[in-house]
Design a protein around this ligand. Structure first.
Ligand code: AHG
Ligand code: MN
Ligand code: MN
Ligand code: MN
Length: 337
């Protein structure tokens, strides 16, 4: 039997970004350099997460952030790594992070033309249990006359030029999408130290009988949400109930939904009237990924998630995202109210 055909035409993230840049004649290379800094931050965060238990990096930092979350040590480390990477690449003017009360303006780079939003460690409440966590990011290109203030980032997701996330699971999985582009998945090869293109042009299945929501909040749900979820659990005559899958890390729930299909929901409810998830660095970046993968993402008012404008940098929203037809079911139920 001949030697297994070795794939020698490996597309690394570096090569992918170079080829993307070549498609844009006017490109200056700034975006590419920004993405390399992002790539480094994911590699570095992955390193610390995998060693956390060994070097006493689990547990609480003893502080809390603007949205009231208790910060884990890794929230703080991930935040510091991310800020350092964005600052040192010299292509970022302003940065919003879940773990920073205020937007950070890099005054050292007044001519830098990008704004970045990020959730350095998403799902951190699960960290000590070894559950997959991730980093979520979004990239805005600033207008020429930008002041480099947070107003430059209080924009709808339709203005994102790119977004994505890295899930630190069995291996580090990066999902990256550009405005109007495809969704591409890269897997970290630790031997090479490279993200390798393993999931080109990802499309979320149009339907899938999987729902992902924290049913512990059912008491607080609005009537349309109760009716919708019950319609999945107690289907009409002869229908088959949906499977429930909820990890409690948005990145992990999102990655499964992207690959398998289904719906992920964090509804606004009577306990959290504006929902729990943050628009800038959780809802909007994920909405761009799901729309570019052929799915849908809407807020609790059934408005297209990418058109929601945050009132402040940590503003929250309800969200329903996933398979096109599954989100459509939520929209259809709400039409009856
Ligand atoms: P973060 O860890 O960045 O604060 O985000 C946590 C979020 C998100 O990851 C997840 O979907 C959601 O919190 C889970 O919330 P519940 O535990 O209330 O279900
Ligand atoms: Mn948090
Ligand atoms: Mn998060
Ligand atoms: Mn977080």
């Amino acid at each position: 039997v001949g030697a297994e055909k070795i794939n020698t035409d490996i597309v690394t993230l570096t090569r992918f970004l170079t080829e993307e840049q070549a498609k844009h004649k006017e490109a200056t290379g700034d975006f590419t350099l920004l993405c390399h800094a992002l790539q480094f931050s994911f590699k570095s965060i992955a390193y610390y997460i995998r060693r956390a238990t060994l070097i006493n990096l689990t547990g609480l930092a003893g502080s809390s952030n603007m949205t009231g979350d208790d910060q884990k040590k890794l929230d703080v480390i991930g935040n510091d790594i991310f800020i350092a990477a964005m600052k040192s690449c010299g292509r970022v003017r302003i940065l919003v992070s879940e773990e920073e009360d205020e937007a950070i303006t890099f005054s050292e780079h007044p001519a830098a033309r990008y704004g970045v939003v990020c959730d350095p460690i998403d799902g951190s409440s699960n960290l000590d249990a070894g559950v997959s966590v991730g980093t979520i990011f979004g990239i805005f290109k600033l207008p020429e006359d930008a002041e480099g203030t947070k107003e430059d980032l209080l924009k709808p997701g339709t203005e994102l030029v790119a977004s994505g996330f890295t899930m630190y699971g069995a291996s580090a999985q990066l999902v990256l999408t550009m405005k109007g582009g495809t969704v591409n998945g890269f897997t970290m090869d630790n031997a090479l130290g490279e993200f390798i293109l393993t999931h080109p042009d990802m499309k979320v299945p149009k339907s899938r009988a999987i729902y992902s929501v924290n049913e512990g909040n059912s008491l607080y749900w609005t009537d349309p949400i109760k009716e919708y979820v019950n319609s999945l659990k107690y289907p009409e005559e002869g229908g088959k109930p949906y499977s429930a899958r909820y990890i409690g890390s948005m990145v992990a729930d999102a990655y499964r939904t992207l690959l398998y299909g289904g719906i992920f929901a964090y509804p606004a409810d009577k306990k959290s009237p504006k929902g729990k998830l943050r628009i800038l660095y959780e809802c909007a970046p994920m909405a761009l990924v799901f729309e570019n993968a052929g799915g849908q993402a809407v807020d609790s008012n059934m408005k297209r998630m990418l058109e929601v404008v945050p009132e402040h940098i940590h503003d929250r929203s309800g969200i329903f995202m996933g398979s096109y037809n599954e989100v459509q079911k939520v929209l259809d139920v709400h039409k009856k109210y």
